[in-house]
Design a protein. Structure first.
Length: 191
């Protein structure tokens, strides 16, 4: 049986709308749902195999994108949010009742500080940017996935048109390397 990568990927990827301007994301509680409002579409939306990201039941991967920090507002029941792991670089804010990660925020010095990580599958509207790639693919092995099934996982992603990486996409790795080069004084600050 082919493993479930993620519900947004398994049955084909639905293209997003380039002019999409955002919407609300909701936790999975039946009442008093946590809501966050995104004032923009996401960028760098991707399947993530890391062990920290929230995944729907039965999925091997999460699907996570980023928005500018100032484009995210908690608009309902924020009192239900708590940080999953206060030691993690990405402070994942989850609903204490249903466990869904609503957004992740970086508070320390980091190349991605200023971007919040979100799961657009928590929205009730369509138009969000579709997944662009799969990152941290090998990490599912650390979580108990049989290494012999990795070729099938990578093949399924490729059949959906997604490149697979065991880190992030080259564009995001370039962002990290540029940040580190500037911090070390090896690149000019204006880059």
């Amino acid at each position: 049986m082919t493993p479930s990568l993620h519900p947004l990927i398994d049955n084909g990827i639905t293209k997003g709308t380039p002019t999409f301007r955002g919407g609300n994301l909701y936790c999975k509680c039946l009442k008093d749902r946590v809501a966050i409002t995104l004032d923009s579409n996401v960028a760098h939306n991707h399947a993530c195999g890391c062990s920290k990201c929230w995944k729907p039941a039965g999925a091997l991967f999460s699907v996570v994108g980023v928005v500018p920090r100032d484009a995210l507002r908690v608009t309902a029941n924020g009192n239900k949010l708590s940080i999953v792991d206060k030691e993690a670089v990405i402070q994942r804010n989850a609903c204490r009742q249903c466990g869904v990660h609503m957004f992740g925020r970086i508070e320390t010095e980091h190349p991605f500080k200023g971007l919040d990580f979100v799961h657009v599958e928590l929205s009730d509207v369509s138009g969000w940017q579709e997944p662009q790639f799969a990152g941290f693919v090998s990490s599912i092995i650390e979580q108990g996935f049989e290494p012999t099934g990795m070729d099938e996982v990578r093949s399924k992603f490729k059949a959906m048109g997604l490149e697979t990486y065991d880190a992030l996409s080259p564009a995001l790795m370039d962002v990290i390397a540029t940040y580190m080069g500037k911090k070390a004084g090896r690149l000019p600050a204006h880059l």
